[in-house]
Design a protein around this ligand. Structure first.
Ligand SMILES: [Zn+2]
Length: 90
């Protein structure tokens, strides 16, 4: 007798195993946050912005941290945080 295991669709399985799926730990996210905020404010930097955005969308703690850092850096640099903030908040 076979057990009726919970089944995943092929799509769900591939989303779990896809090696190209951007993934970042909170630790990596915090490490890259300075660069990410700089990239958002000034449109430059080495940081992998899409990867950060995927993480920030799914992680409220990092998103909150990024928002306050963005405000701080914008103030320090004397730039308008508006467009960068809009992008950050997706
Ligand atoms: Zn996080």
């Amino acid at each position: 007798m076979t057990r009726d295991l919970r089944r995943l669709t092929a799509e769900q399985v591939s989303s779990l195993i896809l090696p190209t799926e951007p993934w970042l730990s909170c630790e990596d996210c915090f490490r890259l946050m300075d660069q990410y905020v700089e990239a958002l404010l000034h449109g430059q930097g080495e940081v992998d912005v899409p990867r950060m955005e995927v993480h920030l969308r799914g992680c409220a703690a990092c998103a909150e941290e990024a928002e306050s850092l963005l405000e701080l850096v914008a103030q320090e640099d004397g730039v308008d945080p508006g467009p960068a903030m809009a992008r950050l908040q997706g």
